[in-house]
Write a protein that binds this ligand. Structure first.
Ligand code: DX5
Ligand code: ZN
Length: 225
């Protein structure tokens, strides 16, 4: 991946889609290059969602990049299952991994791109000794666990800081943000250095998800100028 690429990716998060009609509900966002899939275990976060079978089902009906965000303890136990299911990018939380470097290597050895996510209160320093091994850093701009939460504006300087870290390390690593992304927060996030923007409720909660996706992408691109 190329950290200097100016392409913006808006990744719709299926957390806010209709789980009873998933294949239908992702059709309006088929133009998005990535789909974001939130996996929650009721332990790392206070909510439970889905696992490898749903990723495998999505893999059958779309060729979009499946960007799988693990909000689970001991994520190393499930790396092979998500690889077999067809995950393309697998992101773990630094807070859930005492042996983060090892987990990152395991993800890459399983043939996926490796991402590391940080909760809002986690300092970026934990990335320092793994950043050159990463394909993606995911900065949470809400506390993980639920869609539709309020964007934490104090994360903007954190995104700027991580962008500087990526550049200083010459790391080939994308910078993604997740939580409270909408037409108002997209441009400031891009200005701060984000290039992949996850949007759940602002896409699937809108009356016309396809138009909402386009509007967010347009707003995000305004942050490049
Ligand atoms: C929250 C999830 C997000 C969620 C974002 O823990 O990681 O991906 O879907 O939802 P919105 O865009 O509604 O804040
Ligand atoms: Zn997510």
């Amino acid at each position: 991946m190329n950290s200097t690429a100016t392409d913006i990716i808006v990744a719709p998060s299926i957390l806010s889609a209709d789980f009873a009609a998933l294949a239908e509900s992702i059709k309006p966002v088929a133009d998005a290059p990535w789909l974001h899939v939130d996996v929650m275990d009721g332990s790392f976060v206070p909510n439970i969602t889905i696992g490898p079978p749903v990723v495998a089902a999505l893999h059958k009906v779309t060729s979009q990049v499946l960007d799988v965000h693990l909000m689970i303890v001991e994520p190393e136990r499930y790396i092979d299952a998500f690889a077999a299911a067809g995950a393309d990018v697998l992101t773990v939380h630094a807070e859930a991994c005492p042996h983060l470097h090892r987990v990152v290597q395991q993800i890459k050895a399983a043939g996926m791109q490796a991402g590391v996510s940080l909760n809002p209160s986690t300092p970026p320093d934990v990335l320092e000794w793994v950043i050159n091994d990463l394909d993606l850093v995911l900065i949470m701009t809400v506390n993980p666990g639920f869609g539709g939460q309020k964007f934490i504006a104090s994360m903007l300087p954190k995104v700027e800081r991580v962008r500087r870290m990526i550049e200083a390390a010459h790391a080939d690593c994308l910078l993604e943000v997740d939580g409270g992304v909408d037409i108002n927060t997209a441009a400031p996030l891009v200005r701060a250095g984000a290039r992949v923007l996850v949007a759940g409720s602002a896409v699937f909660g809108a009356p016309a998800p396809a138009q909402a996706l386009k509007a967010i992408a347009k707003a995000a691109r305004a942050g490049l100028t």
